[in-house]
Design a protein around this ligand. Structure first.
Ligand SMILES: Cc1cc2nc3c(=O)[nH]c(=O)nc-3n(C[C@H](O)[C@H](O)[C@H](O)COP(=O)(O)OP(=O)(O)OC[C@H]3O[C@@H](n4cnc5c(N)ncnc54)[C@H](O)[C@@H]3O)c2cc1C
Ligand code: SF4
Ligand code: SF4
Ligand code: SF4
Length: 402
């Protein structure tokens, strides 16, 4: 059985694995570190289910609003500390839990892979908060959602747009009114294998207690690594190699370049992202929005009903302002990588297959990094350039010896 003629088009959503009636499919890592399906032909009964649910074989669902209701949302400081953006996820998730529902989202595993899990209470919800900049394995979560819905539970499923498309394709319809979905504005996802390689090289995986990928205050991305011995490291988006490779869109999954799901109309009932244009919101709310702010698109009437109830129940901690205008013009947050970014990606992966993440990463980002640093020409940046230069030269030397 062939699910997809060109497996490089696979989104890694796992809908095929979840749909297989005889568990003939395992998700395995390819040579770039992304999950792809592998069929055990001895078990397969050739029913064709995997092929029919595959989202790469289908056009995206266009049933949501093309110009959705949009709003800026932020929260009190205690809530903002625990999330990456303006707390939209916390608002929706806590409401669904308070209704006896369950929430699905991305969590770090103990050995720093990223995978989706199902949570039923506020303590566990903390594991889903904050962005993990690596693709999350959906495991068997789609089939768990089916069981939850059968039992009449409310469900909030969150993830990237392709993962929400995978869920609906697996379920076969969008009819269950207990199901709510939230997709993220994403500029693509790197592989968790590379994140682990990076963490292992820099700190040693066994020494790490916790990793966070956003600052507690303000917007900037960063890599905060808390070691078991109490030492913590924090690098900004321009000084941590993993973040640099990610922000240069060099190591995203191939399907992200030209992705058909990260666009309007969106796949989820809600779409949330970082709202960089927060200063443009209503004047009387400006004071509230100097902090991190989410942009929230409510993509249909089903989502609007839940959002209104959730917001009404938490007016003490959340602040919002309605936004007007075409959805693409409201914000300048980075979108998916363009097909034109593909050439640099392929160059990065050629290096990656030969040299692994650290060496490939330094080689790929070093020239652009130095050019930018020279242009800015600040003392602090020059120190960083020198550090980079030192590491790079050392690696070059090692390369020429080996
Ligand atoms: C890989 C990635 C790229 C992103 N790129 C952009 C961007 O370019 N522009 C932009 O405006 N916003 C982007 N975001 C979204 C943004 O950074 C916030 O995550 C989002 O706005 C939610 O913030 P929050 O405060 O509501 O919730 P938080 O509590 O910060 O976020 C938690 C939510 O994010 C989900 N999540 C976390 N990591 C992952 C993951 N690896 N895969 C799937 N779901 C995940 C959780 O399931 C949960 O729903 C990106 C997020 C991710 C994960
Ligand atoms: S054809 Fe059917 S049995 Fe075979 S792998 Fe696909 S879903 Fe499973
Ligand atoms: S269903 Fe998802 S994981 Fe399976 S082949 Fe299609 S895109 Fe890939
Ligand atoms: S860009 Fe598209 S394929 Fe990539 S993670 Fe986002 S939704 Fe999925």
């Amino acid at each position: 059985m062939v699910i997809l003629e060109d497996i490089t088009q696979c989104y890694g959503c796992g809908a095929c694995k979840n749909a297989c009636p005889v568990n003939a499919i395992e998700m395995e890592l390819d040579d770039e570190g992304f999950l792809i399906p592998k069929i055990n032909e001895d078990v397969c009964i050739s029913c064709g289910k995997c092929k029919s649910v595959c989202i790469a074989n289908k056009a995206p669902d266009l049933s949501n609003d093309r110009e959705p209701y949009a709003l800026a949302l932020t929260a009190s400081q205690d809530i903002l500390y625990e999330c990456s953006s303006g707390g939209a996820f916390t608002l929706l998730a806590e409401y669904v839990l308070s209704e006896g529902g369950v929430v699905y989202g991305a969590s770090f595993t103990e050995d720093f892979f990223v995978e989706h899990i199902r949570v039923e209470n506020l303590q566990e919800l903390d594991k889903l908060k904050k962005s993990k900049y690596a693709q999350s394995n959906q495991t068997d979560c789609y089939s768990k959602v089916k069981d939850d819905l059968k039992q009449g539970r409310k469900v909030l499923y969150t993830g990237c747009s392709c993962q929400i498309a995978g869920l609906y394709s697996y379920l076969g319809n969008k009819e269950d009114t207990n199901l709510f979905t939230m997709d993220l504005i994403c500029q693509g996802v790197p592989s968790a294998v590379q994140l682990r390689e990076h963490l292992d090289h820099e700190y040693g995986l066994s020494k790490i207690d916790k990793v966070e990928m956003r600052r507690r205050k303000g917007w900037g991305t960063c890599m905060s690594v808390f070691l078991k011995n109490g030492i913590a490291y924090r690098f900004g988006g321009r000084t941590d190699l993993f973040q640099l490779v990610f922000h240069n869109k060099l190591n995203m999954r191939k399907s992200c370049y030209g992705c058909k799901f990260a666009q309007f109309p969106r796949q989820g009932d809600f779409t949330v992202g970082d709202f960089w244009n927060h200063r443009k919101v209503a004047k009387d709310l400006e004071e509230r929005f100097h902090k991190r702010t989410s942009i929230v698109y409510v993509n249909n009437a089903h989502g609007k009903e839940l959002f209104d109830k959730a917001f009404d129940s938490r007016k003490d901690s959340f602040y919002m302002a309605k936004l007007e205008g075409a959805p693409e013009t409201l914000n300048n947050n980075a979108g998916k990588p363009a097909p034109s970014d593909m050439a640099s990606r392929e160059a990065f992966y050629d290096l990656y297959r030969k040299k692994g993440f650290t060496k490939a990463g330094y080689e790929a980002v070093y020239p652009a990094f130095v050019d930018r640093a020279k242009a800015i020409c600040k003392y602090r940046t020059l120190v960083i350039v020198r550090t980079f230069k030192g590491i790079y030269r050392k690696m070059k030397k090692e390369d020429s010896i080996s």
